[in-house]
Design a protein around this ligand. Structure first.
Ligand code: ADP
Length: 450
């Protein structure tokens, strides 16, 4: 499909909508016009019939009172007073017809008549021309025709204008999508100015305005994810290069040196260490990505947080002792703090936080681990009396592969906290840190109680 055909589709769509709108509008207006015309016509006809009937009553009364002379006098008097000429005829027992008011010049086909038979057999007839009425209705028809024409013009131009304003945002959306497809770049955005219901007029958010806003938001997200993936890929390739170069260097050196089993053994052990490091890094990166994207399989079950923490503390007690770092555990005794989560993953969270605390706290320091219940949440708090985290590093510690400047001397991959955050968030919880250089760090994990 050629790309220059697409705008034509949008135009045809706009035209179709405009025509539909105009047709409905014109049909509605025509219905009103016809209804008005027939109602007016019927009411004028009815008025004429009523005039004839009432005159007939008057004349029949006059004839019954004083015969043809009284009737003639009444007709004459009336014709002098009211110029509306009526045709009056009296037929005496069907034989003799006396015309009291001649319809000279009237077209007999346009005369409407009404008659009444008196008790003596005399027939009194009254007629009235319908010409004046037809004239009036003809003028009315002409006026309505003009109005209809005007309605058609207004409907077409109004429909065109309305659909233009409705289709314009769709055109912008199409243009943005086409640009993204053509360039492969996600930095194109749909302009929101002038779009009904856009950010420019937030009070009147309509479906298209909302769609465009959501579309732009989606692009922001995609751009963010792509940038993060690029960054992660850069970091990973950078971080993989070091162990792989070391691995290669060790193997190369061993191969270049004279054959010596002990040296080979040492070189192979180093190679195993390095490959383990690479494997751990790749596995952790996979875990983080899975947890962040919601693909991580969490084997959820009711887990007592105290149990999980105790196991993690047990793992690090020896390390703490060897380093002369006291590991204190304070728990709200008796309280059943149970969360619905994956036991193994929650152990990883606790272990990573305690590992960091012990690792970064110098000899003589203290690490406090606390589990408690607070506002419907289970809280795990890990506090240490270590060096703390500089303010400029604080927002970055959750980023994959980030390692603080002062931490380079310690073992680590810079993935521990990213994994903690990803797992906690996959469980619907949050993790925060408070830290000041020299005053230690406090990590707080909040998890919804089961
Ligand atoms: P790693 O510990 O492997 O470097 P983490 O993701 O666990 O990676 O931590 C990221 C960085 O955050 C660390 O390099 C360190 O600078 C800082 N950090 C984390 N925990 C602490 C802590 N308890 N005390 C001081 N700094 C910490």
């Amino acid at each position: 499909m050629s790309s220059d055909r697409r705008p034509a589709f949008t135009r045809a769509f706009g035209l179709r909508i405009a025509l539909w709108y105009a047709t409905l509008f014109v049909l509605g207006a025509l219905a009103i016009v016809f209804f008005t015309y027939y109602l007016t016509k019927a009411s004028i006809e009815q008025r004429d019939r009523q005039i004839l009937q009432s005159k007939l009553g008057d004349y029949a009364g006059a004839y019954a009172r004083g015969g043809i002379n009284t009737l003639a006098a009444t007709v004459r008097a009336e014709q002098q007073a009211a110029p509306e000429r009526l045709f009056v005829r009296v037929v005496n027992r069907g034989v003799e017809a006396i015309v009291l008011s001649s319809p000279n010049g009237w077209d007999p086909t346009t005369i409407e008549t009404a008659a009444v038979a008196l008790p003596d057999g005399t027939l009194v007839q009254v007629g009235k021309s319908s010409e004046a009425r037809e004239d009036l209705l003809a003028r009315f028809r002409a006026a309505l025709g003009l109005v209809t024409l005007l309605v058609v013009v207004i409907a077409l131009s109004g429909g065109w204008l309305v659909t233009q304003s409705a289709v314009t945002p769709i055109r912008r959306l199409t243009a943005a999508v086409r640009q993204i497809i053509r360039t492969g770049r996600t930095d194109a955005r749909v302009p929101t100015e002038g779009t009904p219901g856009s950010a420019a007029s937030p009070g009147s958010k309509d479906a298209i305005g909302e769609l465009i806003e959501l579309f732009n938001l989606m692009l922001d997200k995609i751009e963010g994810v792509v940038a993060a993936m690029r960054g992660a890929l850069d970091n990973v390739s950078h971080d993989l290069r070091t162990p792989l170069t070391r691995l290669r260097g060790t193997a190369e050196l061993a191969l270049a040196s004279p054959p010596d089993v002990e040296q080979y053994r040492e070189a192979l052990a180093l190679c195993v260490d390095e490959s383990d490091r690479v494997l751990v890094m790749l596995n952790t990166l996979m875990d983080i990505s899975e947890a962040e994207s919601g693909v991580m399989q969490l084997r959820r079950e009711p887990v007592r947080l105290t149990e999980v923490v105790e196991r993690a503390v047990d793992l690090y007690r020896d390390v703490g002792d060897a380093k002369d770092v006291t590991l204190d555990v304070t728990e709200v005794t008796g309280a059943d703090i149970t969360v619905n989560g994956d036991r193994m993953r929650l152990e990883q969270v606790a272990a990573n936080l305690i590992d960091n605390a012990v690792k970064y706290t110098p000899a003589g320091g203290r690490v406090e681990v606390q589990v408690r219940r607070e506002n419907g949440n289970a809280v795990l708090r890990v506090h240490d009396t270590g060096p703390g985290i500089p303010a400029d590093e604080l927002p970055r510690i959750w980023t994959r592969l980030f390692r603080g400047d002062a931490s380079r001397a310690e073992r680590g991959l810079g993935l521990g906290l990213s994994l903690v955050k990803a797992i906690v968030e996959a469980h619907g919880g949050t993790v925060t840190v408070e830290s000041q250089p020299g005053l230690g760090s406090t990590f707080v994990v909040l998890l919804p109680l089961s």
